[in-house]
Design a binder for this molecule. Structure first.
Ligand SMILES: [Fe+2]
Length: 300
């Protein structure tokens, strides 16, 4: 039998644990513990002697009070300190959450991102929130969205079904960027979300046998990605924001946990999904710290 005092202590203790756990999930983990997640792999048919270090930032969701231009600038310093060959931005710079105290105008987050520096440059793609937050583009059924203009204004190229050819140590390779797969919200003109992605058209622009690294905001495209692509890099899922024992209860993907987070290898094809940096829906992260990716290719 548990005594009355014991019962009260238990209830009080549980209450205190719940409060601490909530504080940890809402406050400490997301705000202070951004860390670097490192991957090292050599994809099939990767050219011998081509060593690349790629740093990727995903899902910044700029807003006050937790993803201010100052915090973005500090993430930029962390990214630069990893000394990557090039840096990729995987979309969702904007926030569409009700709980934020204030938005951060696109020129301000873009200015903070303009501090990213790497020898082969910085390349970006857009995410669903970059489209959804641009009401004019939604109405017009076309871009360029505000986020694209802001990135280009600070000299960061935006790949929407487009490719860039890079070279390191005498080896050429392609970076292909897919336009967003959920760009348009459901409307009178179409049921469900409408994407702008053109995977075949994009890869056709990578016109020779050099390796391809594909940037795609949402990982749901992965089953369609051909073996020709050495590595697909995605964001969007935030790893579900809550992840325990390798399982995320809520994942914004029609494949559930299959592409929720991390390094996935299917049929000899490689996918890495970033857990991202910001929040969507609720400012909660648990078991899924905000992360910067540092990916080494061709080291092994
Ligand atoms: Fe997204």
């Amino acid at each position: 039998m548990i005594s009355r005092r014991g019962f009260l202590r238990l209830v009080g203790g549980s209450f205190f644990s719940m409060v601490s756990l909530s504080a940890y999930a809402i406050g400490i983990e997301p705000m202070l513990l951004t860390h670097v997640t490192r991957y090292s792999l050599t994809p099939p048919n990767w050219p011998a002697g081509l060593r690349l270090r790629i740093v990727a930032l995903a899902d910044i969701h700029a807003c006050r009070p937790w993803m201010t231009p100052e915090r973005i600038a500090s993430l930029v310093r962390d990214a630069n300190a990893l000394r990557p060959d090039f840096i990729v931005l995987l979309g969702d710079y904007t926030a569409s959450m009700r709980l934020v105290t204030d938005g951060v105008p696109a020129p301000e987050w873009a200015q903070a991102l303009s501090g990213l520096k790497a020898p082969l440059g910085v390349l970006s793609i857009l995410g669903n929130h970059d489209w959804w937050s641009d009401l004019e583009a939604q109405k017009a059924g076309a871009g360029p969205v505000v986020a694209r203009s802001a990135l280009e204004h600070v000299g960061i190229p935006v790949l929407e079904n487009d490719v860039v050819r890079l070279e390191k140590d005498g080896h050429d390779f392609w970076i292909a960027g897919l336009a967003d797969q959920l760009a348009f919200l459901p409307s009178q003109d179409h049921d469900g979300f409408k994407g702008l992605d053109d995977l075949d058209g994009t890869l056709a622009k990578a016109s020779d046998g050099a390796p391809v690294i594909l940037l795609a905001h949402e990982p749901d495209i992965f089953p369609k990605v051909p073996r020709r692509v050495s590595l697909t890099l995605c964001g969007h899922t935030h790893g579900g924001q809550v992840r325990l024992f390798g399982y995320s209860p809520v994942v914004p993907s029609r494949f559930g946990n299959r592409f929720a987070y991390g390094h996935v290898v299917e049929e000899n094809r490689n996918l890495i999904v970033s857990g991202g940096l910001g929040f969507s829906i609720l400012p909660v992260r648990f078991g899924m710290r905000p992360e910067i990716l540092s990916i080494e290719l061709g080291l092994a």
